[in-house]
Write a protein that binds this ligand. Structure first.
Ligand code: ATP
Length: 215
């Protein structure tokens, strides 16, 4: 079984997240993609994070028509901060027969050297990196050291050897949670940026109304 894992703050989960999960699911012919909101991100500093229960509820609403996309509360149940390597080890222990493909956007990939045990992460699992507007693919000399010599184009036949970094082009989605929080705070429409059910949830629960979002 081939399982994708997409981790993030997901504050909120948006169409960029939906499209990257579906894009990787289809391109790599995975069996499912787990969507794992973090309890507290190690690399982001925001004074206030929307409660995990709300972020998880928005994920569930966003993927209700896609049964292969699975909201996963693994990190919400662990003490903070949330480190991806711990999550992958957890999942690997629970699903010993599964190959795990960790999915990230190009912006995250460019910073992977800052991640805890990034060598173990890259060497012991499968990484999938998707394009993101505003974050160009690194040139030959900018590729994070840990990924050098490991890049494969995901458009070609799936390379199932561990330690590969699959580069996948998906239709670009120019959207970020930061933009959505700002628009919500301004009372602007979120149409096309989050699924309709997520927009209703944001309004119903008065999320992102305060002016204390520094990131
Ligand atoms: P914020 O604006 O709060 O920083 P974000 O939109 O970057 O949030 P995250 O929850 O931090 O969302 O992202 C989780 C993962 O999804 C990261 O690996 C990120 O690179 C990736 N990602 C988020 N949005 C996109 C997008 N529009 N296209 C491609 N990848 C994306």
């Amino acid at each position: 079984m081939n399982l994708g894992v997409l981790g993030g703050t997901f504050d909120p989960f948006h169409v960029g997240h939906v499209e990257m999960a579906l894009g990787v699911l289809r391109a790599l012919n995975l069996d499912a993609v787990h969507l794992v909101p973090c309890r507290l991100p190690p690399h982001k500093e925001r004074p206030r994070l929307t409660p995990g229960a709300d972020r998880l509820a928005m994920i569930a609403l966003a993927v209700q028509d896609h049964p292969a996309l699975i909201p996963d509360s693994t990190e919400l149940m662990r003490p903070a901060p949330s480190f991806t390597i711990d999550t992958l080890k957890d999942l690997a222990a629970r699903r010993p027969a599964a190959r795990l493909f960790f999915i990230m956007g190009m912006d995250s990939f460019r910073e992977i050297s800052l991640w805890k045990e990034h060598q173990a992460l890259v060497q012991g699992f499968h990484l999938v990196v998707v394009n993101r507007p505003g974050s160009p693919r690194p040139g030959e000399n900018e590729i994070p050291e840990v990924a050098r010599g490991r890049l494969v184009e995901a458009s070609q036949a799936l390379d199932t050897q561990e330690g590969r970094v699959h580069m996948l082009e998906i239709p670009p989605q120019d959207v970020s949670s930061t933009t959505i929080r700002r628009l919500a705070r301004e009372g602007a429409s979120l149409e096309g940026l989050v699924p309709t059910a997520v927009e209703s949830y944001i309004h119903r629960c008065n999320l992102y109304c305060r002016g204390d979002d520094s990131g």
